[in-house]
Design a protein around this ligand. Structure first.
Ligand SMILES: Nc1ncnc2c1ncn2[C@@H]1O[C@H](COP(=O)(O)OP(=O)(O)OP(=O)(O)O)[C@@H](O)[C@H]1O
Ligand SMILES: [Mg+2]
Length: 250
């Protein structure tokens, strides 16, 4: 099966206001459609999740009444984005169903401790395409935390053992020290000057590469590809070689 994360960086326009890249979303839905038979999807938050989660400090927990309202608002926005992702998939004939992560995860001190995967397995067995997403969730230690789409990919890959775990983002791949896209990363997070925003509630690209290494170590082929260049995602699913970064354990 194919496990794919549609990054918030590809689906949305960065900035403080939540905005979808409609053409990109529709193109990705069309590219995924031929592979709907054995497909599980995760999507990120982009401008629907990150700015508000950061403003309320939800990655560090709940703080007073403001924190509670922030938690509720971020959850609402993520469901809005999820609805738009489902609409685009349905328009391409993909029987996508929402599997919100919050009731299925246990968070502890900001870490995703466990994910109940039965709802995903049952949807897949029924021929549906489960779609989950990065979200706010309750946390046993700090009250609230961000359950990132990248961490959901790690837990889903461990349980579902996909042939391919694909991360779709707004870059052509992971850029190395010389400014070129790295074709392969092996065994460890490279020592790069990561061009991250001052603070990212889910750790940005560096944390993503660590997640990709965890997935590769568990045995799935793991790549990062651009969602902004039409055709790249479909080409990878068809087994073609396109510009991308592969993260390997061996
Ligand atoms: N070495 C690097 N190579 C490529 N991108 C990098 C690198 N260092 C930092 N980045 C940044 O990582 C960003 C992608 O990570 P980001 O977390 O924003 O996307 P995402 O995970 O797709 O979105 P979301 O977290 O909303 O799902 C790129 O837009 C780029 O600015
Ligand atoms: Mg991210």
């Amino acid at each position: 099966m194919n496990l794919i994360k549609l990054g918030g960086s590809a689906l949305t326009i960065k900035g403080s206001l939540p905005r979808v890249r409609r053409k990109v979303l529709e193109a990705l839905a069309a590219e995924l459609s031929p592979f709907q038979g054995d497909l599980c999807l995760v999507h990120g938050g982009g401008s629907f999740g990150h700015p508000l989660a950061l403003a309320y400090g939800l990655h560090r927990g709940l703080r007073g009444d403001d924190g509670l309202m922030g938690f509720a608002e971020v959850q609402r926005r993520m469901r809005d984005l999820n609805g738009q992702v489902l609409d685009a998939l349905h328009a391409s004939g993909v029987p996508a169903v929402s599997v919100p992560p919050a009731p299925l995860v246990r968070m502890r001190g900001g870490e995703l401790e466990s994910l109940s995967v039965d709802p995903f397995r049952e949807a897949l067995e029924a021929g549906l395409v489960p779609v989950t997403f990065g979200d706010v969730a309750l946390d046993a230690v700090q009250g609230a935390a961000i359950c990132s789409g990248d961490d959901l990919m790690v837990h889903l890959a461990r349980a579902l053992r996909p042939n391919l775990a694909l991360f779709v983002a707004d870059v052509e791949g992971i850029v190395g020290p010389g400014g070129d896209v790295l074709e392969v990363i092996r065994r460890e997070v490279p020592d790069l000057a990561w061009r991250e925003p001052a603070e990212d509630v889910t750790g940005g690209m560096r944390a993503k590469v660590q997640c990709m290494l965890d997935i590769a170590r568990d045995g799935s082929r793991c790549l990062l590809v651009s969602g902004l260049v039409p055709g790249r995602v479909q080409a990878i699913l068809e087994g073609q070689r396109v510009p991308a970064t592969e993260v390997r354990w061996s």
